[in-house]
Design a protein around this ligand. Structure first.
Ligand SMILES: C[S@@+](CC[C@H](N)C(=O)[O-])C[C@H]1O[C@@H](n2cnc3c(N)ncnc32)[C@H](O)[C@@H]1O
Length: 278
């Protein structure tokens, strides 16, 4: 099994990914090939296929395998306040401006988007950050945090909002005490935080515009790194177009925005890659 990729050339892989797109609706054609081939090996192993061709045939007779493949090809590793620096800078540089802007216009609604939310740690961290920032003013605001992903397993776990002790251990004790409840062996996100977040399936790579518009602040973190440059630009354009003006884009420390987008973004913080739509 381990040498399946050596038996198969790039053409066979290209044909397989084309099949996955046409048959399953998942577009991994422009993901970085290294990650895709490594992860595909798992599915070949799980299904007993010894080559990409065999796996392609397996997909034809087992359409439920498309979902397993999509779940395995996507990397759902995340964490609460995964990049603490990024969240600190959003709380310091974005939230005060955003809230002041809303108050000045007599508005009390805030709309945010976690564009690749994995198991929910990112959108719940955004909700916690907002709750802590707004304090007693929280009840005056109508907050919608849209959280989307293509990993259905991750979305189901995110919706449940239950985490293992090791998944919350990096949180400061007051954050854990204020926003989580002990639930048997695990911790559940408190309902006031959960009610701010709504989860849905949305594929960033398809040309369909997102159902979320007029977004005040979009988080698109640790997803572009898996995509080839051209697809990164397509995804970022889509996220950019969902923003209102002024709207903020948070890419986090790992990502690098393509040059083509830089002229349309004002850099607010270079390290955390926080931008404002201009
Ligand atoms: C490494 S996690 C990042 C989670 C979170 N944003 C963070 O920074 O911790 C990458 C997520 O991107 C999701 N993903 C991959 N391709 C996607 C696509 N085309 N549309 C939406 N989400 C996608 C994966 O399912 C996975 O949950």
């Amino acid at each position: 099994m381990g040498n399946a990729s050596s038996k198969n050339n790039g053409k066979a892989l290209g044909l397989l990914l084309e099949k996955v797109y046409r048959g399953g609706g998942y577009d991994f054609r422009d993901y970085k090939r290294g990650t895709v081939t490594r992860r595909l090996q798992r599915r070949l192993y799980a299904t007993g296929a010894t080559s990409y061709e065999e796996y392609t045939h397996f997909l034809e007779s087992h359409p439920e395998e498309y979902k397993n493949l999509a779940d395995d090809l996507t990397i759902k590793v995340s964490g609460f306040f995964r990049s603490s620096q990024t969240f600190q800078q959003v709380a310091r540089l974005v939230l005060p401006r955003l809230v002041a802007h809303k108050i000045k216009r007599g508005e009390r609604s805030l709309s945010l988007w976690s564009a690749a939310c994995a198991r929910g740690e990112e959108p719940y961290s955004i909700a916690i950050m907002l709750a802590d920032f707004l304090g007693s003013q929280l009840a005056e605001f109508d907050i919608s945090i849209h959280a989307s992903d293509i990993n259905r397993q991750a979305l189901a776990e995110a919706e449940a909002g239950i985490y293992l002790p090791k998944e919350v251990e990096s949180l400061p004790p007051p954050t854990l005490a204020n926003h989580f409840s002990r639930n048997g062996e695990g911790y559940t996100v408190n309902s006031n935080i959960r009610h701010m977040v709504s989860f849905s399936y949305f594929d960033l790579t398809l040309a369909t515009p997102p159902p979320f518009t007029a977004i005040d602040c979009a988080f698109c973190c640790n997803i572009l790194i898996y995509l080839q440059r051209q697809l990164q630009e397509k995804v970022l354009n889509l996220v950019y177009d969902s923003l209102t003006t002024p709207g903020y884009l948070v890419l986090g420390e790992v990502e690098t925005p393509p040059d083509t987008l830089r002229s349309r973004l004002e850099c607010i913080n270079a390290k955390a890659k926080i931008y404002k739509k201009v």
